[in-house]
Design a protein around this ligand. Structure first.
Ligand code: M6R
Length: 365
């Protein structure tokens, strides 16, 4: 059942290329320059006309929601707010005509996220869902939605559901932007970039051996910092969550530039700092942050683009991932972080598929 892998988590990390292909099958059609989302067909006009989209979710799904915020605002120019589902409902949220609530849940059974659905409905606002488990409660109770089709996720640490959520959010953002904020050529470029992602994830997974060696060095650390910006700020949060939940190492994720507002005080030679430093619109600023960490003897692991040698001097380890359009880079950047936490947790003798104190779906509020 684990398909020859030692753990479900490892299997699920490794099957991301096919999970992403499955998530896009029949939906992303590069030959016709089309994106088809059958489940949203009847509500797409309302979604495109929305004044505001509120995305509610928990945990890793909340991280993909943050990527969704960047995606929808970037492409469709619709304002987005991201809420922890657990906070949303208890704040007596102000919803108005023209708002659309979108919830994201792998299991479709998370109690707080379900409560957000019911709150939207109580206030008469349309509620859409992105779920993986077919026929789950959230999938049934939302007005419309999109399934991930990523296949069952058994490991408690969410991996392929995250990348599938991000790719579905990218499809939604592009569909909202089609013939409005995006020209035909820009849309076509984005659709082609989407279609090329599974192979790039395949290439990224080839660094597994390199990461395993690195994990052997870092397995003894007791704290980690993860920093990223823009589309990859949520990836920094996700990298930190993956490490803490399965290896029990304390880790925090921050937007890179926030480092100088506090976390920089933590840095010494015992503090590994993982930077997502891709050659995108935030690169130069992130490199200055790397210099600041290096100057304080922090041990820097950088994730950067294939062919970029500029960080080799400053960093302890540089991991290179294939180039893609900036909006899709979280799908590649998260992969080495998943592998790093997986290997560290295995080396520390942790039960990676069933970490202590955690359940696959949290059905209490
Ligand atoms: O099934 P859901 O997506 O609603 O689950 C949300 C969180 O409980 C979940 O992502 C959790 O944070 C994972 N253990 C993260 O790996």
């Amino acid at each position: 059942e684990k398909g020859g892998y030692e753990h479900f988590m490892q299997k699920e990390i490794m099957e991301q290329p096919t999970a992403l292909e499955d998530a896009m099958r029949g939906r992303v059609l590069p030959d016709d320059n089309k994106i088809v989302l059958g489940g949203l067909h009847d509500v797409m006009d309302d979604l495109r006309d929305a004044d505001r989209v509120i995305i509610a979710a928990c945990g890793t799904s909340w991280h993909s929601a943050l990527v969704g915020e960047y995606l929808i605002e970037h492409f469709a120019r619709t304002p987005v707010e991201v809420e922890y589902a657990s906070e949303f409902r208890y704040r007596n949220p102000i919803l108005r005509d023209g708002d659309v609530v979108l919830v994201i849940s792998q299991s479709g059974e998370t109690a707080d996220t379900l409560a957000a659905v019911r709150e939207a409905q109580r206030q008469g606002v349309m509620c859409l869902g992105i779920c993986n488990v077919v026929g789950s409660t959230i999938a049934r109770e939302t007005d419309a939605g999109v399934y991930l089709h990523a296949g069952p996720e058994i490991g408690v640490a969410s991996t392929k559901a995250f990348t599938a959520q991000v790719i579905v959010l990218a499809m939604i953002a592009l569909k909202m932007a089609e013939d409005r904020t995006l020209s035909h050529a820009e849309f076509a470029d984005a659709v082609h970039a989407l279609a090329s992602i599974p192979d790039k994830v395949r290439t990224t997974l080839e660094m597994d051996g390199q990461i395993e060696k690195m994990a052997n060095i870092y397995r003894y650390s007791s704290n980690f910092l993860y920093l990223g910006r823009g589309f990859n700020f949520p990836v920094a949060l996700e990298g930190a969550l993956k490490l803490k939940e399965i290896s029990y190492i304390h880790a925090e994720g921050y937007p890179a530039a926030e480092m100088k507002h506090g976390p920089i005080a933590l840095i010494d030679r015992f503090m590994p700092v993982v930077f997502i430093a891709l050659k995108d619109s935030t690169y130069d600023k992130v490199v200055s942050n790397i210099e600041e960490v290096a100057a304080r003897d922090g041990s820097v692991i950088a994730i950067t683009d294939e062919g970029n040698g500029e960080l080799d001097e400053l960093c302890e380890y540089v991991l290179r991932i294939p180039q893609t359009q900036e909006f899709l880079s979280p799908l590649l950047a998260v992969v080495p972080l998943q592998l790093l936490s997986y290997h560290i947790a295995v080396m520390r003798g942790c039960d990676v598929d069933q970490p202590r104190n955690l359940a696959k779906s949290v059905t209490v509020e």
